[in-house]
Write a protein that binds this ligand. Structure first.
Ligand code: GLC
Ligand code: GLC
Length: 829
């Protein structure tokens, strides 16, 4: 069942009922000011940091779920309704929500009155613009009242939802004309404020929540002022400050009225915090007056429909440019809309938000993950290489000089987060992968010479190349009894904690140090990760390639020898006959073997092992891929392990705390499905690669939205696996490494357009039914118009490749570097 449709020409998803199976959200903002907005206008705004600069309030895990947002209320002769249906939930005659690239349009119609609200955050602007267009489509004149409403958060979202003994007394506002200012704590230590304004005279206002609602027993669905058709002109003093504008409107038949509301944020320099004069119309309880110069300028920027139209046009152009770098035209519309629109859009959101603020991430928890942010780079490096470079340097600067990493860092301070700790065995390798991806995209070898400190040597002179070196050798220097990498506190799978042995509720599986491993440095020197071994053999060659390019042949040979040794060790000790083991636990027992009772096979090591060609000579790759198909493949994707754990295995840790079929315990963790898609494509099995891709790619799940629940235009972290009661049900949408990895899987492995150090590889692995496809790729200043023909209906194999009519050997298109457009023709066969 569907709840809307894709409008590809406008790059929008159009939702046709407010009652989606879960709030379906969008993100507004791209630089400093961000908003989350659901299809009923729920959500909130913040500046830079969803915890420390929360602008509007939102209650997570609320009842009903999505309650709180920026709401417009209409009272039309006693019928009270919202254009987005919620919170009053009066049945609308018509409803539509269009989520587009950085904007959302919500339209509701009731009794001949239409309200269309366009929400967006303009480029280089710290505010959300809301343009409300009201049209009387009836044959009689209409007289009605319109109320806006936003509830302020008292800045620190964590404090705001816990420290009530203080913050019920601190709320402060000022009102000047049609603008309501939020100035809590401004008098003392803050220099930032927020405002909510409308570009017209108002007939009243409310700034105190309880006064607006009329009673502490009312909710947002039942505000007395709206029902009465009149604001109460309340002035907040502590408790919960809000901003609500009241306006009486009369429209002749056919007449329209446009109002522009702006929810803005501004910071003042310390010495310019206060205004010297108090204007006559200013309402305040304070002895001081906020300096509002910045707000005035911001209001002036978008106070007419013409200016709003220009802002929207700029936003559109920005997105046209971002999406022009990789454009595809395949026989499958769903692939086209994922690659050309939604997957790239989601990658940009993960760049901006990492794992901080979604409808599943509260915005007060996680900072930037070392492994997460490195992997995210893979998805957006082609769109914003400069910002990717800056991000790489930030991430690398949190690394320690022995190659170890803080697992997370705070975006505001850019410092490693000691609470979450380190010793995640996979972290350093993702850094090699992301830096290599950056160089392959840009050809900017200079990044290797960039001065990048270590966290434990902040003043020292170190280069990015040194970071890659210590990353590589951090693995080599920490091997266990089988010559495989130590598993440490966890690897990519945060929930495989082989040194934890926790039996006390509340202990963190990732940071708790069991006394039995204290003397050994906190983790077992026996437990080994086969996943990290495979990730090492997959990623290591990029490091070797870099050394070779730099003419460091000896170092390259030395590194290559380590990779070869790791492959040998993996084949000798970690091939289970039909697939690769997952690990050796701290008792030296196999994990992920046919000998195990549960968790016989795991997904994570397999794809990287196949792509590293470990045991390819004896058919290990195809056996492994076939085993995945046999044991992990199901209707909605590939489960992480099988069979699911049905009891707590103290030696495995958090993974066995989840009910079977959810999260890391046999859920469909879409992130690592991508690695198998890549591996199937690599092995030339284009049909399988595409089958797995289409099971999880959102556009393909649209038809089963009732089961899938989350947005059909973006990936979520997890889908309930075959052992779960809610098989096929998505969770944790938006902020997931799946966005980046599936962008890699489809664009570089299936469609096969892959940047390499010395050019652009074109080597697709597609469903054999395809006649071919076209890609336009901007790469290092040139444009490549690539046409792939598949006359023999094969999955893989480049028979002939010409660039501007000249045939070349192999399948790497050399960099032309002349800023021109080049025609690439490829014949498969
Ligand atoms: C989450 C984390 C990611 C981890 C994965 C598996 O998605 O963000 O870092 O690799 O879970 O545990
Ligand atoms: C990952 C997992 C999650 C776990 C967290 C830390 O994000 O997906 O299940 O709780 O790591 O433990």
């Amino acid at each position: 069942m569907k709840f809307g449709h894709f409008d590809d020409s406008r790059k929008e998803y159009v939702i046709n009922t407010p009652k989606t199976p879960y709030p379906w959200i969008n993100y507004l903002g791209n630089q400093g000011f961000f908003s989350l907005i659901s299809n009923t206008a729920g959500g909130y705004s913040f500046y830079m940091d969803a915890r420390l600069r929360r602008i509007t309030r939102y209650r997570y895990n609320n009842v009903p779920l999505d309650m709180g947002g920026r709401y417009f209320y209409i009272n039309d002769n006693g019928t009270v309704w919202n254009p987005g249906w919620s919170p009053v939930k009066t049945e609308l005659d018509e409803y539509e929500c269009r989520h587009g690239m950085g904007y959302t349009i919500i339209e509701g119609k009731k009794n001949g009155l239409k309200a269309e609200v366009t929400f967006f955050v303009p480029q280089n602007y710290d505010g959300e613009v809301q343009q409300v267009v009201l049209t009387n489509e009836g044959s009689e004149a209409k007289e009605f009242s319109l109320f806006s409403m936003a509830e302020w958060c008292l800045w620190d979202a964590q404090d705001d939802c816990t420290n009530f003994q203080r913050n019920f007394s601190t709320g402060r506002v000022e009102i000047e004309g049609s603008t309501i200012y939020h100035v809590t704590e401004y008098r003392d230590r803050r220099n930032h404020y927020a405002f909510y304004t409308v570009n017209d005279e108002i007939d009243g206002y409310d700034t105190d929540r309880d006064a607006f609602l009329g009673s502490i027993y009312n909710g947002w669905d039942n505000p007395e002022t709206v029902k009465a058709g009149k604001a109460s002109d309340s002035f907040a003093d502590g408790w919960s400050p809000i901003a609500s504008h009241f306006k009486k409107i009369t429209l002749a038949p056919g007449e329209s009225k446009t109002l522009i509301y702006i929810l803005g944020y501004a910071e003042n320099p310390q010495d310019k915090k206060f205004a010297s004069e108090k204007p006559a119309n200013l309402l305040t309880r304070e002895a001081w007056v906020l300096n509002k110069e910045k707000a005035y300028a911001m209001i002036d920027k978008y106070n007419t429909p013409e200016k709003v139209a220009k802002g929207l046009e700029e936003l559109r152009t920005t997105w046209e440019n971002l999406l022009s770098i990789y454009k595809v035209d395949t026989p499958d519309d769903k692939v086209n809309r994922m690659v050309n629109i939604w997957n790239q859009y989601q990658c940009m959101v993960t760049f901006n938000l990492s794992r901080s603020a979604s409808y599943f991430e509260s915005g007060i928890g996680r900072g930037m993950g070392f492994r997460d942010s490195n992997q995210d780079i893979l998805g957006f490096v082609h769109q914003i290489p400069d910002r990717a470079r800056a991000r790489l340097i930030d991430i690398a600067s949190t690394q320690l000089s022995d190659g170890g990493c803080y697992h997370q860092y705070q975006p505001l301070t850019k410092k490693g987060n000691a609470d979450i700790g380190g010793d995640f065995s996979d972290d350093p390798l993702w850094m090699i992968m992301s830096v290599a991806a950056y160089i392959k995209e840009t050809g900017d070898w200079g990044i290797l010479d960039a001065n990048v400190p270590f966290d434990d040597d902040p003043e020292g002179k170190h280069t990015m190349l040194e970071h890659l070196n210590v990353s590589f050798y951090h693995i080599v220097n920490n091997l266990g009894p089988h010559g495989l990498p130590l598993a440490m506190r966890a690897d990519w799978n945060d929930c495989i904690n082989l040194s934890c042995f926790s039996d006390t509720p509340g202990e963190s599986f990732q940071t708790y140090t069991n006394p039995k491993f204290k003397a050994e440095g906190g983790y077992s020197k026996i437990a080994e990760s086969v996943f990290v071994a495979a990730l090492f053999t997959y990623t290591g060659p990029a490091y070797v390639g870099i050394l070779e390019h730099l003419g460091k042949a000896d170092e390259a040979a030395k590194a290559q020898a380590e990779i070869d040794k790791m492959k040998k060790n993996t084949m000798e000790s970690a091939f289970d006959g039909e697939w690769f083991l997952r690990a050796y636990d701290a008792n030296g027992e196999k994990m992920g073997s046919h000998e195990c009772e549960e968790g016989k096979i795991f997904i994570e090591p397999q794809g990287f092992a196949v792509m590293s060609e470990i045991g390819k000579d004896v058919g290990a790759d195809i056996k492994t891929l076939n085993s995945i198909d046999k044991y992990l493949n199901c209707e909605y994707g590939l489960v992480l392990n099988n069979p699911a754990f049905t009891k707590y295995y103290i030696q495995y840790g958090e993974i066995s705390t989840y009910p079977g079929g959810y999260k890391e315990n046999a859920g469909i963790f879409t992130h690592n499905n991508a690695w198998i898609i890549c591996a199937e494509a690599y092995a030339g099995r284009g049909e399988k690669a595409f089958e797995y891709y289409s099971k999880i790619a959102p556009a393909f799940t649209e038809e089963t939205s009732d089961i899938h629940k989350t947005e059909p235009y973006v990936y979520g972290q997890m889908i309930g696996g075959k052992d779960a009661k809610n098989f096929g049900q998505g969770k944790n949408s938006w902020l997931t490494g799946t966005a980046a990895w599936n962008m890699v899987a489809i664009s570089q492995y299936i469609l096969g357009i892959k940047p390499e150090f010395d050019g652009l590889r074109v080597d697709p692995s597609i469903p054999s039914a395809w006649d071919g496809f076209k890609v336009e790729r901007k790469f290092r200043g040139d444009v490549y118009e690539i046409e792939i023909k598949n006359p023999d209906h094969v999955c893989k194999g480049v028979k002939k490749l010409t660039v501007d009519g000249n045939e070349i050997d192999g399948c790497i298109v050399p960099v032309a570097g002349d800023g021109q457009t080049h025609k690439v023709e490829v014949v498969l066969g």
